[in-house]
Design a protein around this ligand. Structure first.
Ligand code: F6P
Length: 366
C-alpha cells in the first residue's frame, strides 16, 4: 500500500495538530498507511523511533491543542546533503515515499530540494551498500505536499497560513487587556508583535484593536513620521481618549531600511509628548495556546485535500502547497509559492513597496 510520512517543521503554529490529525485520518480512511516523523526533518535523519506508524487514535484529543504534538525542529543537518541522504534511507526503511510537510517557506524549499535530489540520493545509497537496488527501483520518486504553518501569514499564494488567525486573536486579546490599564493611568503603550518580515499581524491587530498608529515593514513611514505619529496621538488625547496604543511589527523599518524598535517608539512618545509610556513585547505567547475555530477547520480541510492529492499524485509530479484562497482550497505549485515569497522580501529590502504588495497579492491587503 501507499505510505505517507507527516511532519511539522520550523516555528510551531496553532492549528498544526488539526492538520496532522486530518492527514492521519484521511490517509487511513483512504486505505494508506501513515507515519509520524517526530521533531521535523531531524526525525527522518535520526530514524529509529523518530518515525512511527500512526493509527486513528494517535491523533485523538489533539484538535484543540496548541503547538505540535509530533514536535518541530529547525534542523541544520537537513541543510546538508549527508543529512538528506540519511533521511531518504530512513524513510525507505519504512517504505515511505510520500511526504506531507507543515512549515514555513524555509521548510518547504528544503522539501522541494529533497524531492529533486531523491533519485541521486538513492543512487548514492545503493552505491554505498546502504540500500537495495530493488527498494530504490520501487520508489523512484518522492511525492510531496506542503501546508503552510506559520503565524506570520507570509506565504505568497495563500490568504491565510496555519496559526495566523490564532496569533491575531492572542494579540487582540492582549491589546484589549492593555487598553484598560493604559486608560486607567492615561498612558501610552507600544505593543511589539511578531511576524518576521510580514506586517499582517501588526496591521490587522491595529485595526481590530482600534489602535492609534502602526508601523509595518511593507509600508515604512516617510521621514518626519515621529512628528506625525505624535500629532495623531495628541489628537486622540484632545478628543478624550484615555489610552494610546501603537503597534510595532518586529520587522518595522524606516524608508532607509533602519530598524524601528519598540523602545525607540517609546522614547519618542515620552520625549515629545511627555507621556508615561510602556513597552509590551508579546513574544511567544502569540504562538502558544489553543487554536482558533478558523485554524482548526481550515487546517482540517487543508490536511484532507493534501492527502487526497498526494495519494493521486504520479511520481513525476512536482508537488503543491495547499492553502486557503478566496474561501476555497487552492493548490499552488510549491516552488512558485516559495519563489514568489522570496521575491516579495527582496522587493521590500530594495525599497520597492508598491511592487512588493502587488507581488504578494493577498486578499487581505497585507
Ligand atoms: O515565523 C514565526 C516566528 O514566530 C516569527 O514571527 C518570529 O520572527 C520567529 O518565528 C521567532 O523565532 P524563534 O522561534 O526562533 O523564537
Amino acid at each position: 500500500g501507499k505510505r505517507i510520512g507527516i511532519l511539522t517543521s520550523g516555528g510551531d503554529a496553532q492549528g498544526m495538530n488539526a492538520a496532522v490529525r486530518a492527514v492521519v485520518r484521511t490517509a487511513i480512511s483512504l486505505g494508506a498507511e501513515v507515519y509520524a516523523v517526530f521533531e521535523g526533518y531531524q526525525g527522518m535523519i535520526d530514524g529509529g523511533a523518530g518515525i512511527r506508524r500512526f493509527g486513528w487514535d494517535d491523533v485523538g484529543n489533539v484538535l484543540h491543542r496548541g503547538g505540535t504534538v509530533i514536535g518541530t525542529f529547525r534542523s541544520k543537518d537537513f541543510r546538508e546533503r549527508a543529512g538528506r541522504r540519511a533521511a531518504a534511507r530512513n524513510l525507505l526503511a519504512n517504505g515511505i515515499d510520500r511526504l506531507v510537510v507543515i512549515g514555513g517557506d524555509g521548510s518547504l524549499s528544503g522539501l522541494d530540494l529533497f524531492r529533486t535530489e531523491w533519485p541521486d540520493l538513492l543512487a548514492e545509497l545503493v552505491e554505498a551498500g546502504e540500500l537495495d537496488q530493488e527498494v530504490a527501483d520501487a520508489h523512484p520518486a518522492l511525492m510531496i505536499a506542503g501546508l503552510v504553518g506559520s503565524i506570520d501569514n507570509d506565504l505568497v499564494g495563500t490568504d491565510m497560513t496555519i496559526g495566523a488567525d490564532s496569533a491575531l486573536h492572542r494579540i487582540v486579546d492582549a491589546i484589549d487587556d492593555l487598553a484598560s490599564t493604559a486608560a486607567s493611568h492615561q498612558r501610552s503603550f507600544v505593543v511589539e508583535v511578531m511576524g518576521r518580515h510580514c506586517g499582517y499581524l501588526a496591521l490587522m491587530a491595529a485595526v481590530a484593536g482600534g489602535c492609534d498608529y502602526v508601523l509595518i515593514p511593507e509600508d515604512p513611514p516617510e521621514a518626519g513620521w515621529e512628528e506625525r505619529m505624535c500629532a495623531e496621538l495628541a489628537r486622540g488625547r484632545a478628543a478624550g481618549r484615555r489610552d494610546s496604543i501603537v503597534v510595532v511589527a518586529e520587522g518595522a523599518t524606516d524608508r532607509e531600511g533602519n530598524a524601528i524598535t519598540s523602545e525607540q517608539v517609546r522614547q519618542i512618545i515620552e520625549q515629545r509628548l511627555g507621556e508615561d509610556t510602556r513597552v509590551t513585547i508579546l513574544g511567544h505567547v502569540q504562538r502558544g495556546g489553543r487554536p482558533s475555530a478558523f485554524d482548526r477547520w481550515c487546517s482540517t480541510w487543508l490536511g484532507y485535500e493534501a492527502v487526497r492529492a498526494l495519494l493521486a499524485a504520479d511520481p513525476g509530479s512536482e508537488g503543491h502547497v495547499f492553502g486557503i484562497r478566496g474561501n476555497r482550497v487552492a493548490a499552488v505549485p510549491l516552488m512558485d509559492a516559495v519563489r514568489n515569497t522570496r521575491e516579495v522580501s527582496h522587493l521590500i529590502d530594495a525599497g520597492d513597496y508598491t511592487a512588493a504588495m502587488a507581488a504578494r497579492g493577498q486578499s487581505f491587503g497585507v
